[in-house]
Design a protein around this ligand. Structure first.
Ligand code: UDP
Length: 330
């Protein structure tokens, strides 16, 4: 089976490409390297450098490869960045999906697994979030992902393109080999920043807000290992093929950890102490996001293997320790 992975040089995309290849799929990767890294692409994948908004380019990829299904990870995903420049997010995220769906339709490719996000829920009314809960994003990033979910629904209705949208909570960790991992520039995500501080690359780190309505006042998130996300994509694709039914699923561990708990656990895992300062809240951040992944567990027969925070941070630490400058080392 030939799978086109859009954004396959990015963090979650590259880990999914590794899993697909390990399980015998043929993989074609498309990436414009806006955030991705060539070095993160598995050597057995066929890589095309280009932009999904360029239909001529995308049509050529479909014409040159007999694609059976698409996985789309290509997007901007930083909450604060989307608050500062929302139109950039609307253009890159929504417009590129619109063009991708046009190209899929022309090529007769009718299956797609899409990276959605917990940010579609906004500030949740209750502790654990289910797929049927209200979607009211508090930032443009979440709005673009929600708009795409709706675009997919109507594309299914009109053209029969079947989709699975996976609403991830906080992707974390790295491939157990330590070969690929999280590398953004500039880095904004909590766990990489904590580990860069532990290894002395940063003099100190900041907690953005300790006045949230949570037990210790810092934001709570549900951290899910990137290889567990990759596994869910492959299971979602199998289900699409077997049932020809579209669906939306949360993916998380079902446990929430505060920013302070992440810092404490990272200190334990790394054996390092470091300086932490409190700063004001970051724009657009909801106070707590925790998943119910019961639907995915039942319908996709998926269960996270990295089920403790320690295990997740250990894999991230191996990657950061071996690659202190991310892919610039390689
Ligand atoms: N955060 C923090 N300091 C940092 C980076 C992040 O306190 O240097 C907090 C951030 O405010 C949020 C949580 O950590 O509450 C997770 O942020 P991240 O950017 O990793 O993921 P997000 O939930 O925004 O997708």
């Amino acid at each position: 089976m030939n799978v086109l992975v859009c954004g396959g040089a990015g963090y979650i995309g590259s880990h999914t490409v590794y899993e697909l290849i390990e399980r015998g799929y043929n993989v074609v990767v498309v990436d414009n390297l806006a955030n991705g890294h060539k070095e993160a692409v598995h050597k057995n994948a066929k890589l095309y450098l280009g932009d999904l908004r360029d239909s001529e380019f995308t049509d050529r990829v479909f014409n040159e490869n007999d694609i059976d299904a698409v996985m789309d990870f290509a997007a901007f995903s930083i909450v604060e960045g989307s608050m500062a420049d929302p139109l950039k997010y609307y253009d890159n995220n929504i417009y590129s999906m619109l063009k991708l769906l046009e190209s899929m339709n022309k090529a007769g490719v009718k299956k797609i697994v899409f990276s959605s996000t917990a940010a579609v829920y906004g500030e949740p009314k209750k502790g654990i979030i289910s797929e049927t809960d209200k979607t009211e994003p508090t930032n443009p990033y979440g709005e673009t992902k929600l708009a795409i979910e709706k675009m997919l629904k109507w594309a299914d209705n009109a053209y029969g393109i079947k989709y699975v949208a996976l609403r991830y909570f906080n992707a974390a960790g790295a491939h157990i080999s330590g070969k690929i991992g999280e590398a953004h520039s500039p880095e904004t995500h909590l766990i990489p920043i904590v580990l860069q501080t532990a290894m002395g690359k940063r003099e100190k780190m900041f907690i953005f807000g300790d006045d949230y309505p949570t037990e210790d006042g810092t934001c709570i998130r549900d951290y899910i290992h990137v290889t567990d996300l990759a596994d869910a994509h492959i299971k979602a694709l199998k289900k699409l093929i077997e049932t020809e039914q579209s669906g939306i699923y949360n993916l998380g561990n079902g446990k929430g950890f505060s920013v302070k708990q992440i810092i404490e656990t990272a200190k334990k895992v790394t054996g390092k102490d470091f300086k932490v300062e409190i700063q004001p809240r970051r724009a657009g951040d909801p106070s707590a996001l925790i998943a119910s992944s019961k639907k995915a567990e039942k319908e996709l027969v998926w269960k996270p293997k990295f089920d403790s925070l320690e295990k997740i941070i250990e894999t991230a630490w191996l990657w950061h320790k071996n690659n202190p400058n991310g892919y610039n080392n390689i």
